[in-house]
Structures are given as C-alpha cells and as structure tokens.
Design a protein around this ligand. Structure first.
Ligand SMILES: NC(=O)C1=CN([C@@H]2O[C@H](COP(=O)(O)OP(=O)(O)OC[C@H]3O[C@@H](n4cnc5c(N)ncnc54)[C@H](OP(=O)(O)O)[C@@H]3O)[C@@H](O)[C@H]2O)C=CC1
Ligand SMILES: CC(=O)N[C@@H](CCC(=O)OP(=O)(O)O)C(=O)O
Length: 342
C-alpha cells in the first residue's frame, strides 16, 4: 500500500524536517507541497538539503490543492490549521503539527493563545499511558509541542507510578529552530551567539497548560507546573531538567525501577545506564529520546532529564510515528534512533 501525503508549510523548519523523514519512508509518496509567502518558489531554493525534491514548486495552501491525499500534514502557524482541516474529509488522516487541537480545556486555550478553541484531537505522544490506543485508526492527530514532548517523557513515569508530589519545576533549554524560520530580532545571530537567555518566565509560556495536561493525566490528579524555557545558541535540540518532590518512602531504587518499567519496550525512549546523562548532540537528527533520572536524597526530589531533537521527536518524527500507528504500520517505519555526531 502506498500512502499519498501532502505537506502544508513545506517551506518552514517543521515542514522541511518532515519531508526529510518522509523521503526515507518506504510507504509514502510525497504529493502536494504548499507554502504561503513562498508559494510559487522551487523547494530547492528554500530547503536545499532536500535534493530529491529540489524541483518541486510550492503551491498555495488551499483545500483544493490538499485534496486527493491519504494523509495531510499541517506544519502551519498556530490558529491556521482548523480552517484547513475542516475542508478535508473525515476519511483523510490530518496530522496537525501546530497547537490548535492539543488542549482539552477551552479556557486554557483562550488564555494562552487568545483565540476561540477549535477542539481537541487524539494526542500524538504514543509513549504516554494509553497513548497508542488513542491513535490507532484515528483520522485526526494533534502532534505535541516540542517542550511538552521532552518534559512529559521525562516526568510521566514518576507520576504514573505515584512517586512524585503534584508539583514540578522544569527548566528546559532549546535551540533556535524551535522558534521557526521567520525573521525575528531576538533570533539574529548577533543576539543568540555566545548567550543563553530565559523567556516566558513565571507561567507565561503557552506550553505550560499542555505539560500540566499530560502530567495530570499520568498522575490521575492535577499537577502544578513551574516551567522556564531558555534559548541557547544551537540550531536544534532540547534539554529538559525536571524535578518533583518525592512522596514519603521513595528511594533511588524505586525511582529507577519505575523508569526501567516505563521505557522497557519503547523503541525511541532510552533510559541511559546509571551515571550517564542525556545530551542534545546524541539525538541530533534522530527520533530518539535520552532520559536519565536520579533521586536527590538531600532535598527529597526526583530529578529527571531528557534530551530530544525538537524538530525530529519534538515535531516531525513524532508526527510520523503517530501517523504510522494511525495507519496500522510498524511504528518505527521511516524513523531512526541513529544521530549525527559530532
Ligand atoms: N520548529 C519547531 O521546533 C516546532 C514547530 N512546531 C509547530 O510547527 C508549526 C510550523 O512551525 P515552524 O516550521 O517552526 O515555522 P516556520 O515559520 O519555519 O514555518 C511556517 C510555515 O507555515 C507557512 N505559513 C505561514 N503563514 C501561513 C498562513 N497564513 N497560511 C498558510 N501557511 C502559512 C510558511 O510558509 P511561507 O514560508 O511560504 O510563508 C511556512 O511554510 C507551528 O505550529 C509550530 O508551532 C511544533 C513543534 C516544534
Ligand atoms: C525556541 C522557541 O522559541 N521555541 C518555541 C516552541 C516551539 C514549539 O514546540 O512548539 P509549538 O508547536 O507549540 O509552537 C517557543 O518557545 O515558542
């Protein structure tokens, strides 16, 4: 069976990473590629690393152009996906890499995104409890944000096993591609190079409610989250350092056992051997997630650290993994745990 896939937002970072992966997926035929300001341009001018697609011309993002495909990936800015998706039939698998359908709580959406809530779709993080069952056979998928992917995978085992109190503190460092390709002053080389800076401090980042949603579901009770993102001078990668107060009686051994159990059969999430720590360089360009966990007895806290590539597992790889599950394909098809180093 060949699956015909269209990519809306093919000129952007997320769309470009998705195409890089789709080119190696044996079951996919790449159909329409669309953009906005770059419609009419050849892809080779915008994504020169995608040589096999260099002569493909970007089309306008319209329902007519996206019609006639089995799968449509939407790698568009927030708020653009709903209008496109509602024009696509229920038989088409629509995979939204934006935020529009991630949150269950309409009030959270309106508070953090400032527009009416479009709805909630099955969430594309298969490793969460019940995650795969929610995706099987689905024709709509909301791919998680990059920070919620890194943070949720680092912390959910502690909550699912009942080891952590319902409060977490997270500091996560991201490369600049997380902010997309459109020019912004704070992303200029002269601003970013040689500097690390926080942003969205004090609960203001829109990924906070998504992280709360995931951890609360794992805990079966509301989890309060303090989330601070930082921008670091590298193109790709997220390192999330997460900590939560341990419940009474928790030991280093019970924590380790919970994480070993959670990730034992996961194809992409790797709990590192004790004493080794995640690094973004080790997952560059791969769908792998590195996790390590420790129990800091001096303060009674569980410390979980994860590393992902924000463009791969953090969006395009997660999208493809979820598509594979929805279509009944092997989950790892077209995805690699092999990174690029140094
Ligand atoms: N970058 C990342 O690490 C991650 C990104 N995402 C999400 O993926 C989506 C795309 O992000 P990213 O690739 O980084 O962003 P980019 O800015 O790099 O790309 C945006 C894409 O959307 C197109 N576009 C812009 N405005 C419109 C519009 N009004 N209608 C249709 N198309 C439009 C652009 O086309 P053109 O260039 O032709 O104007 C471009 O192809 C976002 O929702 C983002 O939040 C999710 C997780 C991680
Ligand atoms: C470095 C940087 O700016 N990162 C982005 C996160 C991008 C992402 O994952 O996700 P969405 O799909 O939710 O936009 C930010 O903090 O806004």
């Amino acid at each position: 069976m060949v699956v015909r896939a269209a990519v809306a937002g093919a000129s952007g970072y997320a769309g470009g990473e998705l195409l890089r992966l789709l080119l190696t997926h044996p079951g996919i035929e790449i159909g329409a590629l669309t953009g906005n300001s770059n419609a009419g341009q050849k892809l080779g001018a915008l994504q020169p690393h995608l040589l096999p697609l260099a002569d493909r011309v970007l089309q306008e993002t319209t329902p007519e152009v996206l019609a006639g495909h089995d799968v449509v990936f939407l790698a568009l800015p927030h708020g653009q996906s709903a209008a496109v998706a509602e024009q696509l039939g229920p038989e088409v698998l629509v995979v939204d890499m934006g935020a529009d359908f991630r949150l269950r709580d309409a009030a959270d959406w309106e508070r953090f995104y400032g527009s009416p809530h479009a709805g909630t779709w099955p969430y594309g993080l298969p490793e969460l409890p019940g995650g795969r069952a929610a995706l099987e056979g689905s024709r709509r998928i909301a791919v998680p944000g990059c920070y919620p992917t890194a943070v949720s995978l680092a912390l959910f085992p502690a909550y699912a096993a009942g080891l952590a109190e319902q409060e977490a503190v997270i500091v996560a460092a991201s490369g600049t591609s997380g902010a997309g390709k459109s020019p912004k002053t704070h992303l200029l080389g002269s601003e970013v190079m040689g500097s690390v800076s926080p942003y969205g401090v004090g609960g203001g980042h829109r990924h906070t409610p998504e992280i709360v949603q995931n951890l609360s579901a794992a805990a079966g009770a509301p989890v309060a989250v303090s989330f601070t993102p930082t921008l670091v001078p590298m193109p790709r990668g997220i390192l999330a350092t997460c900590s939560a107060r341990a419940k009474p009686g928790v030991t280093a051994e019970t924590v380790r056992a919970a994480y070993e159990k959670a990730f034992a059969d996961e194809p992409f999430v790797h709990l590192l051997p004790e004493g080794r720590w995640p690094a973004t360089a080790s997952v560059h360009g791969s769908n792998a997630v590195q996790v390590q966990v420790a129990y800091d007895a001096s303060v009674g806290r569980i410390i979980a650290i994860s590393a992902i590539d924000n463009l791969t597992k953090g969006t395009a790889g997660g999208a493809l993994q979820s598509m594979n599950i929805a279509l009944g394909l092997d989950e790892s098809t077209g995805l690699s745990t092999i990174g690029v180093a140094p």
